[in-house]
Write a protein that binds this ligand. Sequence first.
Ligand SMILES: [Zn+2]
Length: 78
Amino acid sequence: MKNKRFIAGAVCPKCGEVDKVFTYEKVTKKFRACTRCDFHEEMRFEQHRQELPTRVNDSSKTEAEPVTVIQFPGSKSE
Ligand SMILES: [Zn+2]
């Protein structure tokens, strides 16, 4: 089975066992199942969002600013 991921601290709604519930994905659907009993259901969107926020460290933005040199034409006042 691919993408089998146990949910830490999750309680099975059927047998009540902790840490026996895992999730897995099938094509575009996400399922939740238990290893102890035959509990099995399709997950709806945004039930367990436990993705770790990944901080994007993009400090390499040290672009050299284009320097525009403006030269005024020497205006001779006469
Ligand atoms: Zn169970």
